[in-house]
Ligand binder design. Sequence first.
Ligand code: CP
Length: 323
Amino acid sequence: MKQFTSVNDVENIDELLNSALKIKANPFDQQEIGKNKTIGLIFFNPSLRTRLSSIKAAYNLGANVWVLNAGADSWTLEMADGTVMDGDSQEHITEAIQVMSAYCDVLGVRTFPKLVDRDEDYNEIMFNKVKSLSSVPVVSLESATLHPLQSFADLITIAEKIGYDAIAKPKKKVKVVMTWAPHPRRLPQAVPNSFAEWFSKVDWVDFTIVQPKGMELDPKFTEGATIMYDQDEALKDADFVYAKNWSSYENYGQANEGDKDWQVTMDKMNLTNNGKFMHCLPVRRNVVVSDEVLDSDVSIVIDEATNRIFSAQTVFHEILKNK
Ligand code: CP
């Protein structure tokens, strides 16, 4: 693996999943891989799970790690080219990324969208700029449109819960439903885009997306998914319910108001096939999902967060083993 920016950087999803399950079973077996290697992590936006799981993944591999909160820990960075830098910005991104990539063997980067200009976000202007300036392989810690480390952790979690066996794949397809859920803020589409992109490619999953009208994701990520608009109907017989809010792609960055009854409650979970509740976290309790669901055995959100370690560790392992 030369970089990890989307599922398209993965040659074989099943093989990567197998590697992750093996790594999780013996997380400290590959410490030679990381010896004398450094993983750099740059955050242009806040994080709890991605930051800490990536650090833990690096340690598990015997690698060194540094973390930079760009702009907060460092000089204020100028992003635009051709600017006369006589304002508040003290350092240009051009030098900053070249310097930081000289200090590591793999560079993880988080760059959220601004949700103003769809073309700017969907062309990944910021993330691609970092990638083009980096002298080492880049790993997405969530870009404007995708969050592949999260989706991979979600895949590991579902695989574990069904007792996945790569040789004898599930005889009956596993029904995974991603449902839009309410939220007071306008959120990016990175998590649902990425989840859709991954799960449309898993041949043992029957994948459905359910959302209010007007909240359809970019079709380039949802090809192969069943698209529905009736949440109760979609949840019937679901084995896994993946809840997430996202703002509109069509009416770019706009929230969907007045759909509070899309909150995932125990009544909704009771429509499923003893389904498990999933969310990438952080989650707003009693907005996205009720306490009753989140505090019950139905919820596997902590398993997902735990598996963020092994998705990152597997990806770092794949990249470092070629170095
Ligand atoms: N799920 C996730 O990426 O969490 P953080 O934003 O806290 O890293």
